[in-house]
Design a protein around this ligand. Structure first.
Ligand SMILES: Cc1cc2nc3c(=O)[nH]c(=O)nc-3n(C[C@H](O)[C@H](O)[C@H](O)COP(=O)(O)OP(=O)(O)OC[C@H]3O[C@@H](n4cnc5c(N)ncnc54)[C@H](O)[C@@H]3O)c2cc1C
Length: 442
């Protein structure tokens, strides 16, 4: 970093104004490490290497840092986390302590939820039946996972019962971004569980603050990574970068789609791992309502019985209302339903979410609605999905994903985490881990 003297990098939002003048020197430099991607893993890796006095450059295809974590203020005038929103595993999540030390308003996410059957609140018998279905579903997947059974939940859970679809919705589409046929019990079992926190200003806002001074080359797309010679050459839309090592932090969706060419081609076991640890899809439909439309307080979860749903591919939304005390609510879609609606367009996702809300809250939904926006992470060319998990029978691919190639190509990201995959904190820790390993080599 320091070798580039006169700030041959750009920092966050300054990119657009300063890039044309200062971008060229990096293409003449010989770096210790090029980090591809400025999401949670890439920024943590870059920072770690810089602290260890390595000569590192981080390139990012998009015009902003963050990747799958970003708080928008412009659409609704209130914080809108378009990607990650929950600060999972708060006890060890580095962004909790960063937020607390820097004046952000962080608090523990509520545990309670509100349960509906049709347009009324569930009675106590119904609540008991739901809790039983939820407990049994978790127990079946947990038991299979603990026994090392690398099979889909479809093989181990009950499909019948009034509440099966509702219970499955919470684990499949809402947690994994996948249906029950699309992920492995043992992979799910291995994920770490802890307390979730929220940040009133948005998770993305804390994240952006954490990295506000870290230099990144935005708008720089890695197209080809040549690793057949002594070091690595990264061909971008702006020129070719040379380095001893490269840390690739893009999603498995981007890697499986061969958006970056590797020359020579990666070994088969590596390429297969990109497909084995496949991307789920999880999209927010953000809905802004008249203040306190739902009348159930801040950050309230609404769960409702999914009547007639295919229990293995539930078709519902996960609803978090009055996010951070604002008038914004998130109706989240996951799995094959999310894919179907995303392919039809933003309006289809919004219509579906509003239809679900009407079935609970009636036509007042239309009167109360101010504005809507739906994300489409599967169509974001630099991400191509939301977060990754092992396909049934492909759990071993996690380890293959973590393994470097040719002692100079390293991979880090949420998907390389053994226990905190699909999370920002997991991606961050992987960035630190891999960077420390690379630093020992250079
Ligand atoms: C809707 C949604 C909700 C989520 N909810 C949560 C949550 O509540 N809590 C949580 O902890 N996690 C959540 N996640 C997951 C979390 O956001 C991710 O696990 C994490 O941000 C991934 O970080 P990463 O660095 O591995 O990858 P990314 O964030 O994908 O970073 C990779 C970067 O590489 C860039 N890139 C891609 N191709 C190229 C190229 N060719 N050249 C240069 N750069 C390239 C991308 O633009 C991107 O910025 C959510 C994700 C989504 C989409």
């Amino acid at each position: 970093m320091t070798r580039l003297g006169r700030r041959a990098f750009v920092t966050g939002s300054l990119a657009a104004t300063t890039l044309p003048f200062i971008s060229s020197p990096i293409y003449a430099a010989d770096f210790d490490v090029v980090v591809v991607g400025a999401g949670a893993a890439g920024l943590a890796a870059t920072d770690t290497l810089r602290r260890m006095k390595k000569n590192v450059v981080c390139i990012e295809a998009a015009g902003r840092i963050g990747g799958r974590i970003h708080t928008d203020q412009s659409i609704f005038g209130v914080p809108y986390d378009m990607g990650a929103h929950w600060l999972h595993n708060a006890a060890t999540n580095p962004f909790v302590s960063h937020g607390q030390d820097n004046g952000f308003d962080l608090y523990r996410a509520p545990d309670e939820d509100v349960l509906y059957v049709g347009d009324r609140l569930a009675g106590s018998d119904e609540r008991d039946a739901f809790e039983t279905a939820r407990r049994e579903t978790y127990a079946a997947i947990y038991k299979a996972g603990a026994a090392g059974r690398d099979v889909a939940p479809t093989k181990v859970v009950e499909t019948s019962g009034e509440w099966a679809g509702t219970a499955h919705q919470l684990i499949g589409p809402y947690e994994m971004g996948k249906d029950f046929s699309q992920f492995s019990c043992v992979d799910w079992y291995n994920s770490k569980d802890g307390t979730d926190w929220f940040c009133r200003q948005g998770f993305g806002a804390v994240f952006a603050h954490r990295w506000r001074d870290l230099a990144v080359e935005t708008g720089t797309v890695a197209r080809r990574v040549s690793w057949g010679g002594k070091g690595v050459e990264i061909e971008t839309n702006k020129g070719t970068l040379s380095a001893k090592n490269c840390i690739v932090t893009v999603s498995t969706g981007v890697l499986a789609a061969n958006r970056i060419r590797f020359d020579p081609a990666l070994p088969d076991w590596k390429q297969a791992a990109f497909e084995g640890i496949s991307m789920g899809l999880y999209n927010h439909v953000a809905l802004q309502f008249r203040d306190n439309f739902f009348g159930i307080g801040d950050d309230g979860y609404v769960i409702y019985r999914l009547d007639g749903a295919d229990a293995m591919s539930p078709r519902g939304v996960g609803l978090l209302v009055n996010v951070g005390g604002t008038n914004l609510s998130l109706a989240d879609l996951g799995g094959s339903l999310a894919r179907e609606l995303e392919s039809e367009g933003q309006q289809a996702a919004t219509d579906f979410a509003l239809g679900q809300l009407r079935s609970i809250f009636g036509a007042d939904v239309d009167k109360g609605l101010i504005k809507a926006h739906a994300t489409a992470w599967g169509r974001n060319p630099h991400v191509l999905g939301s977060f990754a998990s092992a396909e049934p029978g492909r759990f071993e691919d996690r380890e293959a994903l973590r393994r470097p190639v040719g002692k100079r190509l390293f991979f880090a990201g949420e998907a390389t985490s053994e226990t905190e995959w699909a999370t920002v904190a997991g991606a961050h820790k992987e960035g630190v881990r891999v960077a420390a390993r690379v630093a020992r080599l250079v």
